[in-house]
Ligand binder design. Structure first.
Ligand code: CP3
Length: 347
C-alpha cells in the first residue's frame, strides 16, 4: 500500500528549494474558457459568480485540467473578485467586456466597506478544497488571492483603464483613503488565504497582476509593503506553507527584500530569465515566463521556447508556467504538446 504521506509532490519540492528530476508544470487559468468541459459546466449557471459559489462546480472544474493534461498542480477554481462580492461590493462579469465593479462615489462608500467577509459566499471554496484534498494526493493543491493593490484597482476603477489612471489619481489625491482601502483589503485577503490553508492547500499564490505602471513610492507602499505584511502574518501561523508571488512589476529590483517571506516569484514573459537567475540565490524558486501567445501558436515556436526556458533553469528550482493566464483561443493540442515537451526535456 502506498503511504500518502510519503508521496512526493514535485511542485512542493521545488517550492522548498529542491530541484526535481522532471520540472513541475501547471498553468495560470488552467481551468477555463479554452476547455470544452468548462463551457459545459458554465452553461448550467446564470452567471460566472454563481458558479464560483457552487462547491460541486468548483470541485469539478478544478479537476478538469488535471484529468485532461495531468498537470502537477491543481489551483482551486474561483476568482480574485469573489472577495469583493463577499464584502457586499457589487461585481458583474459582462460578456465581451469583463469584470465591472461598483466603484465608490463618495468617501462614505469607502468608510462603510464591510469589515467582515460574508462566509456564505466563501464557504463553498473551502469545502471544495476539502473535497479536492481527498481526490488528488500526488499533486499539489494551490489556493490564491489577489494582492491588495490589484483588488483595489478593480474597486476604485470599476472598469479597469489601460493605464490605471483612475486609481493612481485617486491614490495621489486621497492618500488616507487609499491607505484605508489597502489595509482593509489586506486583512480580508490574509483571512481568506489562511482559511484556504486550513482547508488543506499545499501552497498559495498571491496575484498582483496590476502592479505595473506604478510610481516607485506607490509601488513600495501599496503593493510591496502590503504583500509583505500579509506574507509575514501567514508565515507566522503556517511557516510550512510556501507563498508564490505573481506580479507584472519589475519585481527583480526588489528580490533581496522579498526573499525572506516569499518562496517563489512568478515571472511575466518580459523578464530575461538569465538575468533573474543571476540575481536570485541558486535555490530560490522561479516560476513562469512562457508567453501565452507562444502556447497559442504551438509547433516549433512552442518547442523552442520550452527548451530555451528549461535550459536556462536546468540547475535551479523552477516551476513551468506561463507569463500570464492561458488565453481562450489556445488549442487543446498545444497544451498536450507543452506538457510532453516539459516532461521529455533532457538537458
Ligand atoms: O487559474 C485558474 O485556473 C483558477 C481560476 C482563476 C480564475 N481567475 C478564473 C476565471 C484564477 C486564479 C483567476 C485569477 C484572476 N481573476 C486574476 C489574476 C490572474 C490574472 O489573470 O491576471 C484576475 C486579474 C482576475 C479578474 C478576472 N476574472 C478577469 C479580468 C476576468 C475576465 C477576463 C478574463 O481574463 O478571463 C475574470 C473572469 C474569469 N476568471 C474567468 C475564469 C475562468 C472567465 C469567465 C468566463 O467568461 O467564463
Amino acid at each position: 500500500m502506498c503511504n500518502i504521506n510519503i508521496m512526493k509532490k514535485i511542485l512542493v519540492e521545488n517550492l522548498k528549494q529542491k530541484k526535481t528530476e522532471t520540472t513541475p508544470i501547471w498553468l495560470m487559468r488552467q481551468a477555463g474558457r479554452y476547455m470544452q468541459a468548462y463551457h459545459k459546466v458554465k452553461e448550467k449557471f446564470p452567471s460566472f459568480l454563481d458558479m464560483c459559489k457552487n462547491e460541486q462546480a468548483m470541485t469539478e472544474i478544478t479537476l478538469q485540467p488535471i484529468k485532461e493534461y495531468d498537470f502537477d498542480a491543481a489551483i482551486i477554481f474561483s476568482d480574485i473578485l469573489l472577495l469583493l462580492d463577499a464584502l457586499q461590493i457589487k461585481v458583474e462579469f459582462i460578456k465581451n467586456i469583463g469584470p465591472v465593479v461598483q466603484a465608490p462615489k463618495k468617501e462614505n462608500d469607502i468608510k462603510s466597506i464591510k469589515k467582515e467577509l460574508d462566509y456564505r459566499k466563501l464557504n463553498p471554496c473551502y469545502k471544495a478544497i476539502k473535497n479536492l484534498k481527498k481526490e488528488i494526493k500526488d499533486k499539489a493543491l494551490l489556493g490564491f488571492s489577489a494582492a491588495p493593490w490589484t483588488l483595489a484597482t478593480y474597486y476604485i476603477e470599476g472598469k479597469i483603464t489601460k493605464d490605471l489612471s483612475k486609481i493612481k489619481r485617486f491614490g495621489y489625491e486621497n492618500k488616507k483613503l487609499m491607505e484605508f482601502i489597502i489595509k482593509r483589503f489586506a486583512k480580508n485577503i490574509e483571512e481568506h488565504l489562511v482559511n484556504q490553508i486550513k482547508a488543506g492547500v499545499d501552497a498559495v499564490q498571491i496575484f498582483d497582476t496590476h502592479a505595473y505602471q506604478m510610481d516607485y513610492l506607490m509601488h513600495s507602499k501599496y503593493s510591496l509593503e502590503a504583500i509583505r505584511n500579509i506574507a509575514i502574518k501567514i508565515k507566522k501561523k503556517h511557516p510550512e506553507i510556501p507563498i508564490i508571488l505573481y506580479t507584472k512589476s519589475n519585481i527583480l529590483n526588489n528580490y533581496k527584500e522579498i526573499e525572506s517571506y516569499i518562496d517563489c516569484i512568478s515571472l511575466n514573459s518580459n523578464v530575461d530569465l538569465n538575468l533573474a537567475k543571476a540575481l536570485v540565490s541558486k535555490k530560490f524558486c522561479i516560476q513562469g515566463n512562457l508567453d501565452p501567445i507562444s502556447l497559442v501558436v504551438g509547433g516549433n515556436q512552442l518547442k523552442n521556447e520550452v527548451n530555451r526556458i528549461l535550459s536556462v533553469m536546468k540547475n535551479n528550482s523552477y516551476i513551468f508556467n506561463l507569463g500570464h493566464g492561458v488565453l481562450p483561443q489556445t488549442p487543446n493540442k498545444n497544451v498536450h504538446d507543452l506538457v510532453n515537451y516539459v516532461r521529455d526535456f533532457k538537458s
